[in-house]
Design a protein around this ligand. Structure first.
Ligand SMILES: [Zn+2]
Length: 462
């Protein structure tokens, strides 16, 4: 018997598996969909938590920053003219301003975390908040440093004058130390000077140190006393006692000069003679600077004879200061040593000049014998010097003058033949010349408070 299946039966058998598949698919879809929703919620929750945690960190950092801003806010009221370096103030002010902005932005919506933001938005907000917290942490550290730099620069400005004097003294001390290595009877004097010079150096340059005027003054006095001791010990070691020996100090003004300084250098070299050079600032240039270095390296001090040779008594205090400080600065730059002696042109000094010498920790060195080399020929210069020189004298010649360039060798030879010994100013005086003192010779000294007077020899020769 043939069994027939009805079409309906057929259809019923084939529909059942489809329903099963659809049901399975539906269940799967629901499961996946639920999972997706679940995991989206979890990611969003994590992002929000991270954002809020970062924000709490930022709030803690800006609280610290707010305190730093409060204790640094005085920089906003400082006047730029009361600073040694106005750039320090600009930096500190910019830092205070950007710190305040950061604090304000933290209080506003810029660094807020909201559940309405997408997870991606929260993630990038978290990064921005972390960067802001980092900035706040750095600024909390740098603000006090920058405010301290402003305070230091303000203190430095109000101590500008005494700091200048101390800088001069430190440079002179270093020069003296390098000149006297192995040339003292008592090396403890050099050890002490070195210690004081290093301490003063720190006082001038250390970022942590803010000294007052009295502390700087003490350092200057200490350095001068220590330099006096080294110089005295050095003079003893050199072994010429100008209280007994026939000493003379040769000095050359108005150079350096490309033509006439070289023969003077040669004469000094050939005769093994020391001399002191008082240079005019505007004569120091590319051609003549090497001559000054050669002289300095051979032990001849390079000192200050103003910038362009004016009559100092006719100038204002500030012009006197400019004439002298410009020259000492250039000499220091050229030969590495800040001058400790000033010779005023035409031997004309005043209380202003003396005050300025003290400000530069320098003495004033005049003279009491002249070669008249601006008007005499070589023989005339030679004869004038030979006629007038006595033991203890300071002789003025000019390495600018051809007559001196020709006469200097004969002058040295003939004074030596008369028993003279050529010495430095320090040896001649038997001590380091004191700042603000005016010296005409070993015995003719004008002390602070005493008024101007000409040299006796000088008056005799005019
Ligand atoms: Zn001169």
């Amino acid at each position: 018997m043939v069994q027939h299946r009805s079409p309906r039966d057929k259809a019923g058998r084939s529909r059942r598996p489809i329903a099963v598949i659809v049901a399975i698919a539906l269940i799967a879809a629901l499961a996946i969909g639920g999972g997706v929703v679940w995991s989206w919620r979890a990611r969003h929750g994590r992002a929000l938590a991270q954002c809020e945690s970062a924000r709490n960190g930022l709030i803690a950092e800006t609280d610290a920053l707010r305190k730093a801003v409060e204790s640094s806010s005085s920089v906003m009221s400082v006047s730029p003219s009361s600073l040694e370096d106005a750039g320090v103030l600009a930096t500190a002010r910019a830092e205070v301003q950007s710190s305040r902005q950061l604090i304000d932005r933290t209080a506003g919506d810029d660094y807020a975390c909201s559940g309405e933001m997408t997870a991606d938005e929260l993630d990038s907000r978290t990064v921005a908040i972390a960067e802001a917290a980092d900035r706040a942490r750095k600024q909390t550290k740098t603000l006090p440093v920058e405010a301290a730099a402003v305070r230091r620069s303000t203190a430095n400005k109000s101590n500008e004058a005494v700091r200048y004097t101390l800088r001069a003294a430190v440079s002179q001390a270093k020069e003296l130390l390098s000149d006297t290595s192995g040339k003292v009877t008592d090396d403890s004097t050099r050890v002490r000077l070195k210690r004081l010079a290093d301490a003063a150096d720190r006082q001038l340059t250390d970022d942590e140190t803010i000294s007052d005027g009295a502390e700087y003054r003490r350092s200057i006095d200490g350095l001068n006393a220590a330099m006096d001791a080294v110089t005295t010990s050095n003079i003893a070691k050199l072994g010429v006692d100008c209280a007994k020996a026939k000493c003379v100090a040769l000095t050359f003004d108005d150079g350096p000069d490309a033509t006439n300084t070289p023969p003077v250098i040669r004469a000094l070299q050939e005769t093994g003679t020391v001399a002191t050079f008082f240079s005019v600032g505007q004569h120091i240039d590319e051609r003549t600077a090497p001559m000054l270095r050669q002289l300095r390296d051979s032990g001849h001090p390079i000192e200050n004879h103003t910038w362009d040779h004016p009559h100092l008594r006719t100038l204002s205090r500030s012009d006197v200061a400019s004439q002298l400080t410009r020259t000492s600065a250039l000499v220091e730059k050229t030969v590495g040593a800040y001058p400790s002696m000033i010779r005023p042109p035409y031997s004309e000094w005043s209380n202003d000049v003396r005050d300025q010498a003290v400000a530069m920790n320098s003495s004033i060195i005049n003279f009491d014998v002249m070669g008249f080399d601006w008007e005499k020929d070589a023989k005339g210069v030679h004869d004038a010097v030979l006629q007038w020189t006595r033991p203890g004298d300071i002789v003025l010649l000019h390495d600018l003058q051809g007559s001196t360039a020709q006469a200097v060798k004969g002058i040295i030879d003939d004074l030596k033949a008369e028993g003279f010994t050529f010495v430095t100013i320090e040896q001649l005086l038997g001590e380091r010349p004191k700042p603000g003192y005016v010296y005409y010779s070993r015995t003719q000294v004008v002390r602070p408070g005493e008024s101007w007077r000409p040299s006796t020899y000088f008056a005799e020769q005019w």
